[in-house]
Design a protein. Structure first.
Length: 220
């Protein structure tokens, strides 16, 4: 799908940013997400290979909401290192249209300053803390992105992630949830729990070959 065909759905500023990075055509999963209601507030569970464009799906919905003054977005990741990486990327890309914040520190604070930001990148543990401390930022959120949502199956982080998703859905009735993962064993079941449209695609930018390495030789 050519981006030009989405001019009625993507704000001009956002379209310009995307095109400035050389992107003129949506990848298969991105097109499927658009057709599944990405811009109509539908919950989505996106299951596609690494580097297939999952993150941009979430960015499109989040930044569109910010530009159109429909609310703020929070991008949840499992690790601080990943949070730092996403923060740097988003701040560089969207500095002209959205105020991006990183919140991974003190888990005993409501961080009221976050209400001044449009897109907040945080860990699940930090979002859990903001909920417990009744951060004023929470009531302004319209889009919740859960990156690496398969962490729900992790014995350590899974319960926290499940609880915070449940609380956010109960607290914000109209919130749009966009869950991303490259590996989920039960996508249909998870999509049903999230009340989400399932977006599945196996396209990847680089072909994946399986082989056996033996005595310095690879047989595919």
């Amino acid at each position: 799908m050519e981006l030009e065909k989405l001019r009625d759905k993507i704000p001009e500023k956002l379209l310009g940013i995307i095109k400035s990075e050389g992107i003129t055509t949506l990848r298969p999963a991105q097109e499927k997400a658009v057709n599944s209601g990405l811009f109509e507030g539908k919950n989505l569970l996106v299951c596609t290979p690494t580097a297939s464009g999952k993150t941009l799906i979430a960015e499109l919905a989040a930044i569109k909401a910010v530009i159109e003054n429909k609310g703020k977005a929070v991008y949840v990741v499992p690790l601080r290192s990943l949070a730092n990486e996403k923060f740097r990327d988003f701040k560089k890309r969207y500095s002209g249209v959205a105020k991006v914040a990183l919140s991974i520190g003190d888990i005993d604070s409501s961080d009221p300053y976050l209400a001044d930001y449009d897109l907040v990148v945080c860990t699940a543990e930090k979002l859990d803390s903001l909920i417990r401390h009744k951060s004023p930022f929470l009531r302004l959120i319209t889009i919740l992105v859960i990156d690496e949502v398969h962490m729900l199956n992790d014995p350590g982080r899974g319960p926290t992630l499940e609880i915070l998703i449940t609380i956010m859905r109960e607290m914000l009735k109209n919130i749009q949830i966009i869950a991303l993962s490259a590996t989920i064993g039960n996508p249909e079941e998870l999509a049903e729990w999230l009340n989400a449209k399932l977006v599945v695609d196996d396209w990847r930018p680089v072909a994946l070959h399986k082989g056996v390495l033996h005595q310095g030789k690879i047989e595919f």
